[in-house]
Design a protein around this ligand. Sequence first.
Ligand code: SAM
Length: 467
Amino acid sequence: MVKKKKFELIPQVRIEEMVAEGKCLVRYQNLVVFVKDVAPGDVVDLQVTKKRKSYLEAKAVKFHEYSDVRVQPFCEHFGVCGGCKWQHIGYETQLFYKQKQVKDNLERIGKVATADMLPILPSDQLSYYRNKLEFTFSNNRWLTYEQIKSGAEFDRNALGFHIAQRFDKIIDVQHCYLQPSPSNEIRLAVSEYARVNNLVFFDLIRMEGFLRNLIIRTANTGELMVIVQLGREEEENRIALLNFLLEKFPQITSLHYVINTKGNETFHDLDVVCYHGAPYIHESMEGLRFRVGPKSFYQTNSTQAYELYKLTREFADLTGKENVYDLYTGAGTIANFVARQAKQVIGVEYVPSAIEDAKINSEINAITNTHFYAGDMKDVLNDELFAKHGRPDVIITDPPRAGMHPDVIKMLLEVHAPKIVYVSCNPATQARDVEMLSEKYTVTKIQPVDMFPQTHHVENIVQLIAK
Ligand SMILES: C[S@@+](CC[C@H](N)C(=O)[O-])C[C@H]1O[C@@H](n2cnc3c(N)ncnc32)[C@H](O)[C@@H]1O
């Protein structure tokens, strides 16, 4: 057996600050040390777990002092669950570090001056703010050290979330504070039904089993979507489970199942079958209704999404005469939200069914000045599109966490719209893209928005004006 190398112990250090990905940082002998599961101000002994040339990673092995910024976490799964990693930090401190994360990234990576940056917009709801959660079934439930030590027998089936950095270990979630009712009730009922009826929970190592994943979407219109993902077809069991859901939760307005035998849980390329009700739900915002299908992206915090979109529209500064391009439009939410203040809006998005929803979202809201295209941004955003719909006066871009492809940035530089509003859920990739755009653009406004309290995630809007 190869003996694992044991690194040194760093005694009695005070944790300095919170940095990217929710980790904390302390400086030690000219090196930065990244530490998880601590708070700025804690005094701890650290066990180094990884050594690199420019940094160390360590874990706290003894606490000498707990920081004043700590609060009591409210979830029993805190510390094990991969979500809500900042529940032990007071909200004001969370906001401070989110603001700092955006500022540091823009200054260091983006080379942007941030003196006039606006203060982060807090979220009114600190729990139950999500409209969508995705739970995984597993026959390999995560047990705590105490549970294992107790010697007791535990049911190893679980329905819940992955523990941090373990694809194969799932916490059997009892109560999740992220999504409003009836999210917990549905998950618990499905879990109990499955156990009582001996349905086979998924084996994440062998990649086999019947029950694979459960998605619950609770729209702000009261409509409710449930998607049951199955690892294989067992017709009788499937029908009985779906009927059980309908009987127990008559408020479900859109019930789907998908049979997924692939190596991963994504189903954008699979047939999602509508078993009952409408094949979509609606979210509403400022008198508009948005249709959201099982494959469509919709911002997961609906209340805060409204604030985000209002700020985006404000940054776009529309007068009704502008030709607007909404890149990464999803189900066309931003495009339709700003359409009444623009001459025309062109939306581009990768997922074809989301584009179908985007078109319908214009239709049901009697919006006639939008055009939508499905495809990879780097292929669709081209001279042909600009020739067809005219050059952009304003570009709104809201890419996924990876940011924009270099070819897309190149195209943005080429077309050189007078204004770009860049919405991002990843300050690091946003700063990287802003730096590339700085060749022809100046950052004029920066506004972080907190969409995800209790996590390190932060959304940020940047306004760029052509030089
Ligand atoms: C952060 S979401 C933004 C959605 C939308 N703006 C909203 O607020 O609801 C990013 C979107 O980009 C899409 N996307 C990801 N990669 C893409 C690509 N290469 N080309 C076009 N769209 C892409 C995703 O499907 C997703 O809908």
